[in-house]
Write a protein that binds this ligand. Structure first.
Ligand code: JA8
Length: 232
């Protein structure tokens, strides 16, 4: 079964180029997954096609209105029922490789992208299954966050990547950062490839790589090691 992705946005053009290039474009061409964009503005019924309004209670910014947003969600559900409905927001659960794996199990996902101060809270309560945050920073809208989720999930679908081995050896699947990688030449502008990698001694190479992973993880992401220890 084809994995289905529905994008709900007031800027559908945002996704055109990323979806047509490279691995994702090829996977769509080959029918591994399909992407449908729903322009939320087209579901606004007033003459100005209004999608946002001032917040009740006052304050800065605008809030995306219930009616067009829910109409777009309902049109998406009519076209493809049963998909996981996801709202991109800094208030969501942190996106991880584990969540990417859960979503890749199918059948697909609806990615709702907000702008301004986000969507009316009633949309989140009534029409959303999961709220996801791609990092502790603020974007101008949910679109770049949706691209991150789309990319991380679809690369896990069978047939998107060349070989399965390259999927689970990576950072976050092992719970540690990757060791350094090198290719030819042996020396570049005075910088040498570590001798052990030229030795052909596979046990020593594995031990070196494990040590490098540990050192880098300790230095940059000690939280990953603490999490691994807790899970033991
Ligand atoms: C934002 Br506006 C807006 C909407 C969604 C997201 S997800 C994130 N990190 N920032 C900003």
């Amino acid at each position: 079964m084809t994995f289905a992705v529905q994008l709900l946005t007031i800027f559908p053009d945002f996704f055109t180029s990323p979806l047509s290039t490279s691995l994702m474009g090829k996977a769509i061409e080959r029918g591994i997954f399909e992407v449908d964009a729903f322009d939320i503005r087209e579901f606004a019924t007033d003459k100005h096609r209004t999608t946002d309004d001032v917040p009740y209670g006052g304050g800065a910014g605008m809030v995306m209105k219930c009616e067009p947003t829910v109409a777009a969600l309902e049109a998406a559900a009519a076209a493809r029922p049963g998909l996981t409905r996801i709202y991109m927001t800094p208030q969501g659960e942190p996106f991880t490789q584990k969540i990417a794996q859960e979503l890749a199990a199918g059948p697909g996902m609806v990615l709702l992208c907000g702008r301004y101060e986000g969507v009316d809270y009633r949309v989140r309560e009534g029409w959303i299954d999961r709220e996801i945050c791609v990092g502790d920073f603020v974007l101008t809208g949910g679109e770049p966050a949706a691209l991150v989720v789309l990319n991380a999930v679809t690369r896990l679908l069978p047939g998107v990547l060349g070989n399965a081995a390259s999927i689970d050896e990576e950072s976050f699947s092992s719970g540690m950062l990757e060791y350094p990688h090198y290719t030819r030449p042996r020396e570049f502008r005075g910088r040498e490839v570590p001798e052990v990698l030229l030795s052909g001694h596979h046990a020593r190479i594995d031990a070196w790589r494990l040590e490098q992973s540990l050192l880098r993880t300790q230095a940059v992401r000690p939280d990953l090691l603490e999490r691994a220890a807790e899970e033991e």
